[in-house]
Design a protein around this ligand. Structure first.
Ligand SMILES: Nc1ncnc2c1ncn2[C@@H]1O[C@H](COP(=O)(O)OP(=O)(O)OP(=O)(O)O)[C@@H](O)[C@H]1O
Length: 454
């Protein structure tokens, strides 16, 4: 038997990989595709030569192959959602001299009646589960959980793991990240994963409430406490969140006098409504979020250091979208599917050119900006596929030159910044490699990154 295998090794390998009904993919230790069989190419509607050399998350929806090469642990019979189907995926790391050197993956997609039946059954079960989740969320006020956080880049997975580790318990969590990175989604998820998930989740947007109303919003008031107050009084957010989670969004915008009162409420675990002498016990877990540096605000005496230490017990930084390009494609497709379902527009995909552009764009507004771009493209497009022409004006190729406010110097600088960021991304943050990719010397590269604060 063994000798037959050795003699016909190549023919056997070819039969297994190309003639069987499985979809096969192989990646190297960095998650880059090194092999994709014909079946899989057909299913994914990709050209093999173009797919090979790309990161697996750019080609295969919801892939975890890049994770398997990191963990070295095989994943068998995992359910994977690809191109509208739930597939059964096996992912096996390949070892050489005790080191992971890559992984092979198989996906079962034969469209047999049996499988279709099972797929429908699974879809039904998942829908039912989703309904239960929605009902539970309605009751508590936290509408999202980790399941709603799309993306499986290494950086996003690290955040998810940290969330899972720290959610249970009462420790205060500070979420830091640029606008639109998903801080609110993570705050909801923390609540859902905590022991408090059956209790209320209450959000306070510290930037949106006028300063003179903030105190009554947070602590409530007794009937007739001030002119314009409701006769029956009003419960504050602290009381509403009793037993649950209080999410202080945009905490950097909290006025100093309110900071003092919040600190007292947290230290003493009790509050007083405005106009009342009575103290009420409260038990809330604090999750706060900011896109500003609280440390800088402390230096400028705009944020209290004691409150900072109180809320910054666990600190979780959510990376901007440009630092996790592997998530962009899957997020764009997820957002497109949601918008199409919601609006009834039959827009099903993006042209490759659009996805390539998305990968290299800077996304200053992060996922929120991506949502807006896809939404506007869905309304503008005349076909089922979104093309580069359907994107907003500032994303059109010639736009940078049309803008009369841009001097040649500005254009050159912007282009340099984009090229440096793209090279750093491609080089996985390695500055020497990035300089090489750009064909410039190390010191010139360092000078430029310093100049642009990259
Ligand atoms: N990983 C993700 N998966 C799916 N949707 C996401 C993800 N990240 C963000 N979003 C979506 O992007 C939008 C912005 O997210 P969110 O409001 O949580 O960001 P934020 O960081 O709290 O922003 P801000 O600081 O401006 O309040 C929301 O519609 C959210 O549903």
């Amino acid at each position: 038997m063994l000798s037959t295998i050795t003699q016909n090794k190549e023919a056997i390998i070819e039969t297994v990989f190309e003639k069987s009904h499985f979809c096969f993919v192989a990646v190297d230790e960095n998650g880059i595709i090194t092999f994709l069989n014909d079946n899989y190419c057909r299913f994914l509607e990709v050209v093999r030569e173009e797919a090979i050399g790309k990161h697996v998350t750019e080609v295969i929806e919801n892939s975890r192959m890049h994770i398997v090469v990191k963990t070295g642990e095989e994943e068998i019979a995992d359910l994977q959602y690809i191109r509208g189907n739930h597939m059964i995926a096996n992912r096996i790391p390949v070892f050489s001299d005790g080191e992971v050197v890559g992984a092979v993956g198989t996906v079962l997609y034969r469209d047999t009646k049996e499988w279709m039946k099972m797929n429908t059954h699974i879809k039904n079960l998942l829908l039912e589960l989703e309904n239960y989740r929605k009902q539970l969320r309605k009751q508590t006020g936290a509408s999202y959980s980790l399941h709603d956080i799309v993306g499986s880049s290494v950086k996003l997975n690290e955040v998810k793991e940290k969330i899972i580790k720290t959610s249970s318990g009462d420790v205060s969590i500070l979420l830091i990240g640029e606008s639109g990175t998903g801080k609110e989604l993570f705050a909801h998820s923390i609540h859902q994963l905590s022991e408090r998930h059956n209790k209320p989740f209450v959000k306070v947007n510290c930037a949106a409430i006028p300063e003179h109303l903030l105190e009554s919003e947070l602590f409530g008031y007794e009937g007739g406490a001030f002119t314009g107050a409701k006769k029956e009084g009003k419960m504050g957010k602290f009381e509403m969140a009793d037993g649950g989670t209080l999410f202080l969004d945009e905490i950097a915008d909290m006025p100093l006098n309110a900071q003092v009162k919040i600190l007292r409420a947290l230290q003493e675990r009790e509050i007083e409504r405005i106009g009342s002498e009575e103290t009420r016990k409260i038990d809330v877990r604090i999750v706060a979020a900011t896109n500003q540096s609280l440390e800088k605000l402390i230096e400028q005496d705009r944020f209290r250091e004691d409150l900072y230490y109180r809320i910054n017990v666990v600190r979780i930084t959510i990376p901007p979208l440009r630092e996790r390009p592997e998530d962009i494609r899957v997020l764009a497709k997820y957002i497109l599917r949601n918008i199409s379902n919601r609006t009834g527009n039959r827009v099903i995909d993006f042209e490759q050119d659009v996805l390539d552009f998305f990968l290299h764009y800077d996304w200053p507004g992060n996922v929120r900006e991506l949502e807006n771009v896809v939404e506007s493209a869905v309304h503008l497009t005349n076909s089922e596929i979104i093309t580069r022409n359907d994107l907003p004006e500032h994303m059109q190729p010639e736009m940078v030159f049309k803008d009369h406010r841009n001097s040649l110097k500005d254009i050159l600088e912007k282009t340099e910044i984009k090229a440096i960021r793209a090279a750093l991304r491609q080089a996985g943050g390695d500055k020497v490699k990035a300089a090489k990719l750009l064909g410039i010397g190390k010191s010139s590269f360092y000078e430029k990154t310093k100049k642009y604060g990259i």
